[in-house]
Design a protein around this ligand. Sequence first.
Ligand code: N01
Length: 503
Amino acid sequence: SEQAVSEHPVSVDNETLGVAIIGAGFGGLGLAARLRQRGENDFAIFEQAGDVGGVWRDNTYPGAACDVPSHLYSFSFEPNPDWQRVYSGRQDIHRYLQHCAEKYQLHSRIAFHHRVKAMRFCEHSQIWCIDFEGQPSRYARAVVVAIGALNIPQYPAIPGLEDFDGKVMHTAEWDGNYSLAGKRVGVIGTGASAIQVIPSIQPEVASLSVFQRTPPWVLPKRDGAVSESARRRFRRHPLAQRLARLGQYALMESVVPAFLWDSILTRLGESAGRRYLKRQVRDPALRAKLTPNYGMGCKRVLLSDDYYRALSCDNVQVVTDGIARIEGDSVVTATGERQQLDALILATGFKVPVAGAPMPIIGLGGRQLNDDWAEGSEAYKGLTVSGYPNLLYMMGPNTGPGNTSVVFYIESQIRYILQYLDQLKRIPGKALDVQETVQERFNERVQRRMANSIWTSGCNSWYLTESGKNTTLWPSFSWHYRLITRRFSLGDYRVCAPHSQDT
Ligand code: N01
C-alpha cells in the first residue's frame, strides 16, 4: 500500500543513484555489464537473494535446462566458447552468469538480500524512493525493473492439497535434501518444467503418475555434448562461434511465421510432432492420450529427446481423468480413481507474468501500477509506462519470445535503456514520461498483430489474461523488436520538471 513507502519528499544528493536496477538475473546483470563497459559506476543492483542468476539460481529441479541453444542463450558481448552442451543445463548457465558478474566487477555494485517492498516516484524531486524489507530506503533517478517474468510459483487450486500426507514440491522451489529414490511420485502438469523433470526422476522412483490436463506438442531437441575440437575452434576463431550463434538464431526465428499466421508451416510442424510421437510411443492407447488437441504453438512448443521415452516406461502412468481432490496420501481423480503417493511434484508453472508488479509501484499523482495493469499490463515497447517517469521494465508486457532466445530481447532493451539514460544526463533534475497516446497507439498495433496469431486461437495458455488478452508475447519476429528498440526517440516522451509540492 502507499503507506508502505516513505512519505517524506527526498532531495537529490550524493546518496541518490543514477540508476537502481532491481534484480541480478540475465536482464539486470546484462545492463550492469554494459554500463561498466562504458565506464559508468553510478548504479546499483538490488537483489533479493544472496547470489546472482535469477531463475537459473532458483529452479534447481532435476533436469532443469534451457530449451534455447547455448550460443544463442548468452550475451553477444560475452560469448562463451566453452559451452559443454548444445543446450545447456541450469548449472552451466548459472555459472556463466556468475562469470559475467565477476568479469565486469559487478559484485561491488550489488546489494544482496534487498527485497523491494514498494517504490514511489517523488514529483517534488523527480526521483524514485525504493523501500526494502528490513533495509534502509534508497533513492534513484531511474529505476530498471529486471525481476524477470516467471518468478512467482503458481500453486494449483486443488481441494486438499495443503493437507497432502506426503512431500509437496513445486519445481521452482525444489528441496534438494529430499530423496525421491524408491518413492511413489506424482507430477502435476506437462509443461516445459515437467518434461524436463519427468525423464530425470523416472529411473529412480518406484512409480510415477503423470497428471496431464493438456497434452503438449513435443519435438526432438537433438541435444548433445559439444566436442572438444568444436570448443577449441570456437576459442581460436571467434567468428566460428558467431556463425554458430547466427545459425541457431536463424533456425529459431524460422518458426515464427508458423505462429503468426495459420499456414502450411503450422501444418508441417504439427505433422512433424505427430510423427515424432508415433516413433517414440509404440502403445496406441498411450499415444492417443499424448496427442495434442490444439494448434501447435498456442502453448509453448516443447523440445525433448527423452520425455516420450520416459512416459513409455513400465513404472510410469499418464493419468488424464482430471484431479478432483487430494485426500490423505492420495490424489483422487474425477472418476474416483485413487493414486497413493509419497511425493507430489507441482510442475504447474508461474503466476501470469507482468499481470501486475509483485510490489506497489506508485507513479504520478499517487497512481499504482497494479491498478493501471488490472485489466492486463501495457507498456511502450514493453519498456516504459505512461504515468511512471524514469521507470523502465526489462521483459515487460508483450516482449516475451514465443520460441526464441529471451537474451536477444534483453539486449535490445539494454540498448534502448542506455540511450534513455544518456538522454537523462542531458536534462539534469528532470524525468521522462512516455506520452499516453504514444503508448496507446503502440499497444493497438501489438494487439492487431496478435489477433491473427496462433496464441489467440482458442487454447487456454498462461500467455493470456482472464479476458483472453495476450499481454506476454511479442507478436512478430525478434529482429522486428530489435529494429523498433534500436533508436530512442525523445519525441515519444514528455519531459517532467520538479513540482514545488509533492502530490
Ligand atoms: O509451466 P506451464 P512450466 N491441474 O504453465 C498444468 C518457462 N520455462 O513451469 O496446459 C492439472 O507451462 C498445466 O496444464 P494446462 C517457459 O517460458 C522455460 O512448465 O494449463 N494441471 C500445464 O501442463 C514456460 O512456458 C524453460 O492444461 C495443471 C502445467 O501445469 C514457462 O517457464 C524450462 C493445473 C504448467 O505448465 C512455464 O513452464 C522450463 C491443475 N490445477 C520453463 N494447473 C526453458 O527451457 C496447471 N496445470 C527455457
